[in-house]
Design a protein around this ligand. Structure first.
Ligand code: DGJ
Length: 722
């Protein structure tokens, strides 16, 4: 790359998986993104220069030079929107302007470093277009001055095409995570701030801006996700000059980052997705996650979790009976949830005392772990390492290890407080307790919970806010445990699905999507969790017929089919099953085992059905040889019978044999099952399925059916799963 100087900026093109980025790199300005969207095709330097000239911002009642908006937007450049870097030195150095830039390019990664000599700051920005087409950015600032620099905020921002006129992000609450919300893009800022100290059940997750009416399969969209599990912010800003920026980063609490001479702060990675349709944008996340070296590649084991089966009622005989029944049904991993450690008879006490409770488990966990070993089932154990009950030996011995502001104890939540992992002795204690148990009890899997927000989370060591340090300490702890115990898998759980982000997923192997296992709610939760995560990373369990969180009752076929499109498990007292339920559940476990490679490697497709009460989604093998779909009637539509479901993404040229998997669910009165549900199924081409669709069975509400499609020319490989 020729050297970028003030007089002659360089225009650089990055291209991957159908996404293109054009950057303007100059000697005296931070990098600017001139284009982020569809791949523009290979362009010569001359073409890029002309492209840049065409994109040159016009002047209108503004400063006398074009306002160039960099990836860390600067007020000094004439940008009247939110600046990327905010901070000061006791009121000085408040308006940074970074110059003297040096840019290095390695493959699709651009690193730009520059200084502001007046503010005595160095800023570095990294822009990386990943092979998946996902773009990621981060920035860091270093204090070159001799006085403290008070950092208030450092975020990165990306321009979105002017054709984006609507936004969508997610909200939610406990047991109803990742609820989409949509609104027109108007002048101003839609800002999502999170001060929970964890990702949050109401996290924005992916904040998208797109063309009018964008859906799963249509309309160009641009989205942003902050890969961080502590406080964070995500925003879309639209100006009266027609500019739209997506931005985000960590949300810093007052005084949380004070940079001493020579010290630095780095933002988390901020990820930006693009595509035509929400599925294409989601696929960039999925493909990126799947390409990571630590991505789980072994078959995702059928899991039994004890929580909704026994809650705190830990009794060896009862739990062994559960394990025996699990083995009969084909379960491969058994997770002992909350309630096994000292003093933990309910949720009011015990957190922090990570020793097996001698009263409830007089012989320790060994009778259980030995039994599971003879059954060939892996053992997993629940922890909530960042938490402490005031009613615990740990809190009594080390009250100063609790995160708290000077002079008061934070309000309790679920009777618990937060353990300050930034205190080395507290960190070492937790690491060593977990590590000792993992080694001694042959634990292959940890369910890592986090059940309260970080309210008033100050550090007794410094007197200042402690969320930033706590989040980084948690990441370190997870990494250290994984280093010590190769092969250990960890699930990120947080009151259900309140810690789902790409920061925690650097160190964990799946998320617990929600405490709500009601399949009707799960349809929504899984559908929108998929905007970020592929199914193999999302825990998905079959619960009892009567949902513990909503009180609704559902057939096993609906519960089992809904759970199929994730990492499958059971959370139900299976010792109480009737023979028929046992047979049906074993059948569904068999379906999962037979198809999990497809489910966990295929491309996720969510259907834009014209009837909102109908949900259809599935996965298609990347070679288009097979697919698995679920069609659901969520509630009773006013028009009936439903129109066919158009299946996008199959090979138009190939013929697919289509059959139903699992028992036939009840159909509405006087309605017959469509031809494909009858014995032998039918064959249709991919083109027919995309253009005309597959007949939607007239299911009763809160029921679903699973459809298997296989290309007629597909030669079945020997099943790796069986
Ligand atoms: C909250 C989790 O989401 C549940 O699955 C369960 O592990 C409980 N905590 C245990 O306290």
């Amino acid at each position: 790359m020729p050297e970028a100087t003030s007089a002659t900026p360089v225009h650089l093109q990055l291209r991957a998986a159908g996404t293109g980025v054009v950057l303007r790199l100059s000697g005296d300005e931070l990098p600017q993104i001139l284009h982020w969207g569809a791949d523009l095709g290979a362009a010569s330097d001359e073409q890029l220069r002309e492209f840049a000239a065409n994109a040159e911002p016009a002047l209108d009642n503004s400063v006398d030079v074009p306002v160039r908006i960099s990836v860390v937007p600067e007020h000094a450049a004439g940008w009247m929107g939110a600046p990327g870097l905010r901070g000061h030195r006791s009121g000085q150095a408040w308006t940074p302007q970074v110059g003297h830039l040096n840019h290095t390019v390695q493959g699709n990664t651009v690193t730009s470093r520059g200084v502001d000599r007046n503010s005595e700051l160095e800023l570095e920005v990294e822009i990386q277009l990943l092979d998946s087409g996902l773009l990621r950015l981060r920035a860091s600032v270093t204090n070159l001055g001799s006085s403290d620099y008070n950092l208030e905020q450092l975020v990165v921002a990306l321009p979105v095409s002017g054709s984006a006129v609507e936004t969508m992000d997610q909200a939610g609450r406990w047991s109803k995570e990742r609820t989409p919300q949509r609104r027109p893009l108007t002048v101003g800022t839609h800002l999502r701030e999170n001060r929970r100290g964890r990702t949050g059940a109401d996290a924005a997750t992916v904040l998208l801006a797109g063309e009018e009416g964008f859906g799963f399969g249509h309309g160009e969209v641009w989205g942003l996700h902050v890969g961080f599990s502590g406080n964070h912010l995500t925003y879309v800003e639209h100006t009266s000059a027609g500019k739209t920026l997506l931005g985000g980063g960590e949300l810093l609490l007052p005084g949380e980052i004070v940079l001493k001479t020579g010290s630095s702060y780095s933002t988390p990675w901020v990820y930006a997705c693009h595509g035509v349709g929400l599925d294409a944008a989601a696929r960039q996340f999925h493909n990126h996650l799947r390409s990571r070296p630590q991505h789980p590649t072994t078959l995702r084991p059928v899991t039994l979790n004890t929580w909704e089966a026994v809650y705190f009622d830990h009794d060896l005989t009862r739990i062994l009976a559960l394990a025996d029944k699990a083995a009969e049904l084909g379960v491969e991993r058994f997770v002992l949830d909350d309630g096994w450690f000292r003093g933990r008879r309910d949720d009011t006490a015990g957190l922090g005392d990570w020793y097996v409770d001698e009263d409830v488990w007089p012989q320790g966990l060994q009778p259980l772990t030995d039994h599971l070993a003879t059954l060939g089932i892996e053992f997993g154990l629940w922890f909530e390492p960042e938490m402490i009950n005031p009613e615990s030996d740990l809190a009594r011995e080390h009250p100063d290890w609790i995160l708290q502001p000077v002079g008061r104890m934070p309000l309790p939540a679920r009777h618990q407080q937060v353990l300050n992992l930034a205190i080395p002795e507290a960190y070492d204690y937790i690491r060593d307790r977990i590590s000792e148990l993992v080694g001694r009890c042959n634990i292959g899997y940890i369910k890592w919970d986090h059940n309260r927000d970080l309210v008033d989370a100050g550090s007794t060591a410094t007197g200042s806010a402690g969320v930033h340090e706590q989040t980084l300490a948690t990441y370190r702890l997870l990494a250290e445990l994984k280093d010590r115990h190769p092969g250990l898998e960890i699930e990120s759980c947080s009151s259900g699905g309140a810690r789902v982000d790409l920061g925690i997923l650097e160190h964990t192997d799946r998320v617990w999507a929600s405490d709500c296992i009601d399949p009707l709610e799960r349809q929504q939760i899984l559908r929108w969790t998929a905007q970020l995560l592929p199914p193999e990373l999302v825990g998905s369990h079959v619960g009892s017929s009567h949902s513990h969180t909503t009180g609704r009752t559902h057939d096993l076929s609906f519960r089992a089919a809904t759970a199929l499109f994730g990492h499958y498990g059971i959370e139900w007292d299976i010792t109480l099953l009737t023979a028929a339920e046992q047979q049906e559940l074993a059948h569904w476990i068999g379906v999962y085992k037979e198809h999990r490679t497809l489910l966990h490697q295929g491309d996720v497709v969510r259907v834009d059905h014209p009837t909102p009460e109908i949900s259809a989604h599935g996965v298609i093998a990347s070679d288009r040889s097979a697919a698995l779909f679920e069609f659901t009637v969520l509630s009773r539509p006013s028009c009936w019978p439903p129109v066919p479901v158009r299946l996008r993404g199959l090979d138009p040229e190939r013929s697919y044999s289509i059959r139903q998997l699992g028992p036939t669910p009840p159909l509405g009165t006087n309605n017959n099952s469509p031809a494909w549900m009858n014995d032998g199924g039918i064959r249709l081409s991919g083109a027919m399925l995309a253009a005309a669709g597959l007949a939607m069975p007239p299911l009763q509400p809160e029921h679903s059916v699973v459809v298997h499609l296989e290309a007629a020319d597909h030669v079945q490989a020997p099943l790796a799963d069986s």
